[in-house]
Design a protein. Structure first.
Length: 89
């Protein structure tokens, strides 16, 4: 995979993390009295920060981001969000 394709893949997946994280808090923000846009922004930024940290740590290890490392980071974020949903039920 070329560097350009890797950057595109990571960028699109980061946008997906932002969307999934932001949309998951709509109800919670309303209950807590937080403005809707603020709740979405805070959750989205939190999700993106988790991904960027994971990618940074994977890159630090060997100076390269393999497709497997990228998938592992994004899958761990998705697993964390599923864990939160199941804990709250």
């Amino acid at each position: 995979m070329t560097v350009t394709n890797k950057i595109r893949k990571i960028t699109l997946r980061i946008l997906a993390v932002f969307s999934a994280s932001g949309l998951s808090v709509i109800g919670a923000g309303t209950i807590a009295g937080v403005q809707l846009w603020q709740a979405i922004l805070m959750a989205g930024v939190g999700g993106v920060a988790t991904v960027v940290e994971g990618l940074s740590r994977a890159y630090i290890n060997d100076g390269d981001l393999s497709d497997e490392e990228i998938d592992e980071v994004f899958n761990s974020v998705d697993t964390k969000s599923k864990g939160k949903k199941s804990e709250s039920v």
